[in-house]
Design a protein around this ligand. Structure first.
Ligand SMILES: [Zn+2]
Length: 242
């Protein structure tokens, strides 16, 4: 169920960080089995899967967003999902389990264990170019986030994410670290490197917990499976001090 799980005690409470994989859920092939995406025809299974993940983390529910591939940041103070589409959420409320869902884009989880300000980011090509990572960190800092730690989760790697040369030129003009080549020598983007650079520029301490979605059978990949791909997730929650 979880590919990564981290517990960080701090002054504000205990921060739990988790990334899911595709195992331990109820969805049937090709979405087997822990698909958290849930298009209309499979939302019952996705809800059952989300409930399993929430139970695994000891929370009531996951707070998901309707992701828009832009750079909107929603500040949430309850477990209810944001009304408007967005690509990042920030909270400082106990037991609100922020959840970003992906299948190749970069899931980023953010936490300051002392102020208790948390964030998640859906960092796709458009969001990275538009600066969604920096916008999220600015929002966290405005709410008291100081020593922000970041976890970069699994995504399609810079050796696999082939794009047209023009697209590589456009994205790497905005974020030079995104420039990459596939292992077979064609233009590519390294969104993980781009996000890491943006996090470091925003003075975050970065932990890379990523694998390549396209190469790993344990993860969902839209590039590999298209419409037959599920979604996995990055999650962060602050629990009260014990
Ligand atoms: Zn790869």
């Amino acid at each position: 169920m979880f590919s990564t799980r981290v517990t960080r005690p701090g002054r504000a409470g205990v921060v739990e960080v988790a990334f899911t994989d595709r195992h331990g859920g109820v969805s049937r092939p090709p979405f087997d089995s822990l698909d958290l995406g849930g298009a209309a025809d499979r939302c019952d299974e996705a809800k059952a899967n989300a409930d399993r993940v929430a139970r695994g983390l000891g929370v009531g529910r996951l707070t998901v967003m309707h992701q828009a591939s832009g750079c909107g940041v929603a500040v949430v103070d309850s477990a209810a999902p944001p009304q408007a589409p967005c690509d990042a959420m920030v909270t400082a409320t106990y037991d609100v389990a922020l959840c970003v869902r992906v299948a190749d884009c970069v899931p980023v989880v953010l936490a300051d264990v002392n102020s208790g300000v948390l964030g998640v980011v859906h960092a796709g090509r458009r969001g990275v170019t538009a600066g969604v990572v920096g916008a999220t960190i600015d929002t966290m800092r405005a709410r008291g986030g100081e020593e922000i730690e970041a976890w970069v989760g699994s995504h399609v790697c810079g050796g696999c994410y082939e794009v047209p040369a023009k697209m590589r030129a456009e994205v790497s003009a905005a974020v030079p670290a995104a420039y990459s080549c596939t292992t077979w020598g064609t233009p590519a983007l390294d969104l993980g490197a781009a996000v890491t650079r943006q996090l470091e520029e925003s003075r975050c301490r970065v932990s890379d917990v990523s694998g390549c979605t396209l190469e790993s059978p344990d993860l969902f990949s839209y590039r590999r499976d298209g419409a037959r791909s599920g979604r996995f997730a990055g999650i962060v929650v602050l629990k009260p001090p014990t």
